[in-house]
Design a protein around this ligand. Structure first.
Ligand SMILES: [Zn+2]
Length: 246
């Protein structure tokens, strides 16, 4: 059993601990921006792979351009021979003409392939620009989020430190035996003190029997417990000794 005066600090500790637990939950629920960071990483990966595709396309275009240049050279040589008039043998002439045709066909194919690669390059460049824009926006979102997260953490940590200091100060002057019992119950998520409000126990919320209320009214110093949850009943707050619950 415990008097109203010793129950008061315990009740304060109980309330502060509840607020501290709420803060810890809020702190744990804060989003540190990991999902947004993963999004940025994903976009950066997209950019790298597009850049790699662009390098490959550039290489393919360069290869075809080199091949075209050497083809052009061969074609000019064959045409020079054909137009020189030096080759008169019909069989030899047909041979050169055949070579010219095959070189021309090869040139046409290479030019078509180069054109396709050029179009591919244009589309890759467009996709790269879009990916870079998306990455930039995602990065800005992540930065803003992290800035807010850090501010939120700092604010919650400051509140937490203040509440813990306040609670420890109350603990220092609380009854040690009750404190021990309080800690025991807290571990089981139970409350040691129930503040009586409108004839109900603040620990479990149940309405107190009329006889118990009467008992208190007859003897305000009676040390009573809640018949439902066994919490010590705190009927009045300090400085309101004469006040009676409604
Ligand atoms: Zn109760």
């Amino acid at each position: 059993m415990a008097s109203q005066e010793v129950l008061w600090p315990i009740y304060q500790i109980q309330k502060l601990d509840a607020q501290i637990a709420l803060l810890q939950r809020a702190r744990g629920a804060l989003d540190d921006g990991a999902a947004l960071a993963a999004e940025v990483t994903q976009h950066r990966g997209d950019i790298l792979s597009l850049q790699e595709s662009l390098r490959q396309v550039d290489r393919a275009i360069r290869e075809r351009e080199l091949e075209l240049a050497s083809l052009e050279e061969k074609l000019q040589k064959v045409e020079a021979i054909l137009y020189s008039g030096k080759v008169t043998n019909p069989k030899e002439l047909r041979g050169y003409e055949g070579e010219r045709e095959s070189l021309r066909r090869r040139r046409e194919r290479l030019e078509e392939e180069t054109l396709i690669r050029m179009e591919e390059k244009d589309s890759l460049n467009e996709r790269l620009a879009a990916a870079q824009k998306v990455e930039k926006e995602a990065y800005a979102r992540w930065q803003a989020h992290v800035a807010k997260f850090r501010a939120d953490v700092a604010a919650l940590d400051a509140k937490y430190a203040k509440l813990v200091a306040e609670r420890d100060e109350v603990r220092a002057r609380a009854d040690s035996e009750l404190l021990r019992r309080y800690d025991q119950l807290a571990r089981q998520r139970k409350q040691l003190v129930g503040l009586v409000e409108q004839n109900a126990c603040g620990a479990c919320g149940m309405l107190l029997p009329a006889r118990l209320v009467k008992e208190y009214q007859v003897n305000p110093d009676a040390e009573l417990t809640c018949p439902t949850c066994s919490a010590h009943l705190l009927w009045r707050l300090p400085g309101a000794d004469s006040a009676r619950p409604a």
